[in-house]
Design a binder for this molecule. Sequence first.
Ligand SMILES: [Zn+2]
Ligand SMILES: [Zn+2]
Length: 340
Amino acid sequence: MYMKAAIVENHKNIIKNLEKPSLGEKKGAIVQVFGCGLCGSDIVKLKTGKAKNGTVLGHEIVGKIVEINSDTDFKLNDEIVSSHHIPCFNCEYCKNEHYSMCEHFKSTNIFPGGFSEYIYLSDEHLKNVAYKIPENLTYEEISFYEPLGCIVRAVKRADLNNKSTVLVIGLGSIGYLSGQAFNAIYNCKTFGCDLLEDRINLANSVGIESFNSADFEKSEQYIKEKTNGMGVDAVFMTSGSDKAIELALKTVRNGGKIVVFASTPNNMGYANNEIYYRELTVFGSYSPAPVDLKTSYELLKSEKVKVKNISTIYELDDVQKAFDDTVSNKIFKAYIKIKE
Ligand SMILES: [Zn+2]
Ligand SMILES: [Zn+2]
């Protein structure tokens, strides 16, 4: 039995027939994929060649169980959402809550990848990182479950409170979700900035006080005025531009935190002397633990984090166009619809 999938070939996605995954004697489930969100990391993997030829990208999947052999409560025809990696909970990394550094975490995945008609989900996925789709959300809305999970972990690691101030740099879909997650988790004061007016307006509409950061001096002034001359307690860095690092250093207060949540093309660093003399904390946060995914699921289900009407829907045949439109900022977030 064959199925359609998007296969990486020389930095492009090509639609081809692949063998449909089968359950055989294995535990787990075969899921018919309804759709899959396009993640910034898919774009980085394609561009850099980290995704080798033959890879199927996509991990923000939503679908229906069409075959199952599992001790969990999931049943045939359940409509589910799942993440792709699961930690071992046992190694030194896991014991220190750096789940996304765990070898088992890195080696687990959905098979072959989200941009295909069917995938195999292991029993471990079903036990730890899969949920039924809530009735109040559409498929593309619940597809934010995994990306929001990554954000929730980063937001929790920032360890703030309701008196804190935050600046989210970059108001693409990740910034838009992050600002809302800070508000939902801490009820703190959240600012946002970007260069694109429609993104600034969209963020303002969900309670992220947002402004245009084209001029760094003015941006610094604006933030200082709003924070008694101090600067924000934390900067959340979702921008993949090297230049934005300078803005982060200008707007964070002495003793503040910078959460690094995007890769930059030139592997630029934060200034050593700023970190030293200003007692800054700079840290990264990558991928979510099951507990963060649970929080993400709850934030989406309760609609505390709003994701209505922000996805642009593409057919599987047009997946490469979805990548191109995302790179050129033509759209906010792409969702690849694989089945009606
Ligand atoms: Zn992702
Ligand atoms: Zn581990």
